[in-house]
Design a protein around this ligand. Structure first.
Ligand code: NAI
Ligand code: MG
Length: 499
């Protein structure tokens, strides 16, 4: 049952979309799950059922992989020119933009995030992603290689960059549409075919995207979308012997399972995993900007961001001022349902995440941390948590060591900027970091020392399709975005001819 109809400003198309029982997109047809089962997606602002969706499992994944294989080997896609591929992708980007409001509402209902954030960030970034990679479709090139040991003119050697084949893509719930775009767009540019498994918490925008993929005119079987649970549909996709590559975004724990599942046929693997990113404020920073930046680094998207600036390190002379500032920022944040125009922060995505985050809050406070803002759940309906700042922590505490994935930051003072890289790097993760200073020498010296895939200086959470993103250490393997991601979706073939 669609509870969303209770919200006055809901778009008519959105309410009819959530009200249908959703099917799987396999070989260009919307089909029920082989088991006939469905599962519910919830509205995290109320905890009520939002929509019902076919529950894909092993047999459905198998059908989807077969469709993707046929589309890759013999379908119209396999013969399509790069220019035509790019044109379809550009069209898809335009369609996402055309239905921006619909996507934003669906995302807000399914994930909980403020509607205004989905409108300004998730949907436009997703549309731009398809356009950026539309441009790459015609620019995937090999090289000519002069052989070092052969006399000139004896050989012609060159490389071809070919699509890797059928790719399985498993995505999380924090930016459901945007994660689908991050995965699908580069794979299409490379000429691959796809089986996408959205997160069970937030399948709706991927399903709507599936409709637009058909409207844009992609041939059947090029993009198959199979919602379902991780342990069933996701595991079957990661282990499938006819999938050439699996791309995953989610927890480090599941990333390790994906790797094991992929070992059977040695499929290629790329992983974008968790983080516990340091955000460093030096005494000479522009404090107004640093405080506002540190707040948005952790509180954006309810703190459910893999690169969230969750460990705030503040140089001693500014500690009280920054803690006071970020605590005031936290108190100002209006925690409301995403459809409320005044909402700055929505609910967490699920009851499971609520319990996980509240568990961390309790553990931190029990171990002696003090909350200078927040520290608890908001109300008893929906999965809302107060933006929280913790001080008096130490580097043994779980709240400092583990990814919380909620609006919780720990603040720690330090005395010597020369030593701060050691503390910043004291984590199993290495996804991102922030540095706030007016001194360019300090900024770039520290940026070089930090082991992270992205370092933001005097900014945070700046994303662009052109800018590679991914992790050192247990934050993952490989990079998303930029031209770097195309390496995951292509194989290099060396051709060597004796003349
Ligand atoms: P998760 O890693 O279980 O879920 C991510 C995706 O993986 C979903 O599509 C899920 O269905 C799938 N999945 C789960 N188990 C699988 C398996 N055995 N084989 C194949 N696919 C599988 O993450 P979850 O449980 O939703 O959240 C737990 C924690 O993970 C969060 O608290 C957060 O710390 C972290 N996380 C990190 C994300 C990131 O962007 N790096 C995104 C989501 C969660
Ligand atoms: Mg949901």
């Amino acid at each position: 049952m669609a509870t969303a109809a209770a919200t006055p400003s809901i778009d008519h198309n959105v309410s009819s979309f959530v009200a249908k029982t959703h099917k799987l997109l396999i070989n260009g047809k919307w089909t029920a799950a082989a088991s006939g089962k469905t599962f519910a997606s919830y509205n995290p602002a109320t905890g009520e059922v939002l929509a019902n969706v076919a529950e894909g499992d092993r047999e459905d994944i198998d059908r989807a992989v077969k469709a993707a294989r046929a589309a890759f080997e013999t379908g119209p896609w396999s013969k399509m020119s790069p220019s035509e591929r790019g044109r379809l992708m550009w069209k898809l980007g335009d369609l996402v933009e055309k239905y921006l409001e619909e996507f934003a509402q669906l995302e807000s209902l399914d994930n909980g995030k403020p509607l205004k954030v989905a409108r300004a960030a998730d949907v436009p970034l997703a549309a731009d992603h398809f356009r950026y990679y539309a441009g790459w479709a015609t620019k995937i090139e090999g090289n000519t290689i002069p052989l070092g040991l052969a006399p000139r003119g004896k050989f012609l050697a060159y490389t071809l960059r070919e699509p890797v084949g059928v790719v399985g893509q498993i995505i999380p719930w924090n930016f459901p549409l945007l994660m689908a775009a991050w995965k699908i767009a580069p794979a299409l540019a490379a000429g691959c075919t796809i089986v996408l498994k959205p997160a069970e918490q937030t399948p709706l925008t991927a399903l709507r995207l599936g409709e637009l993929i058909q409207e844009a005119g992609f041939p059947d079987g090029v993009v198959n979308i199979v919602p379902g649970y991780g342990e069933t549909a996701g595991a079957a996709l990661a282990a499938h012997p006819d999938v050439d590559k699996v791309a995953f975004t989610g927890s480090t724990e599941v990333g390790k399972l994906i790797l094991q599942a992929a070992a059977g046929n040695l499929k290629k693997v790329s992983l974008e995993l968790g983080g516990k990113s340091p955000n460093v404020v030096l005494d000479d920073a522009d404090m107004d900007k640093a405080i506002a930046g540190a707040a948005s680094a952790i509180f954006f998207n309810q703190g459910q961001t893999c690169c969230a600036g969750s460990r705030l390190f503040i140089e001693k002379g500014s500690f009280d001022k920054v803690v006071d500032g970020i605590s005031k920022e936290a108190d100002k944040i209006r925690v409301r349902p995403g459809f409320d125009p005044d909402s700055d922060m929505g609910p967490l995505v699920s009851e499971e995440q609520l319990n996980r985050v509240c568990g961390y809050l309790e553990s931190g406070l029990k171990e002696g941390a003090k909350a200078t803002a927040g520290g608890a759940r908001v109300g008893d309906k929906g999965y809302f948590v107060k933006p929280t700042v913790l001080v008096n922590t130490n580097d043994k505490m779980k709240v400092v060591r583990e990814e919380i994935f909620g609006p919780v930051v720990t603040a720690t003072p330090f005395s010597d900027p020369n030593d701060i890289a050691v503390a910043a790097n004291d984590t199993i993760y290495g996804l991102a970091a922030g540095i706030w200073t007016r001194d360019i020498k300090k900024a770039h010296t520290l940026a070089a020392k930090i082991k992270a895939g992205t370092v933001w200086i005097n900014c945070y959470n700046v994303f662009d399709a052109a800018l590679p993103f991914g992790g050192y250490k247990q934050s993952g393997w490989g990079r998303e975005m930029g031209h770097e991601v195309l390496e995951h979706y292509t194989e290099i073939k060396s051709v060597c001819a004796a003349l």
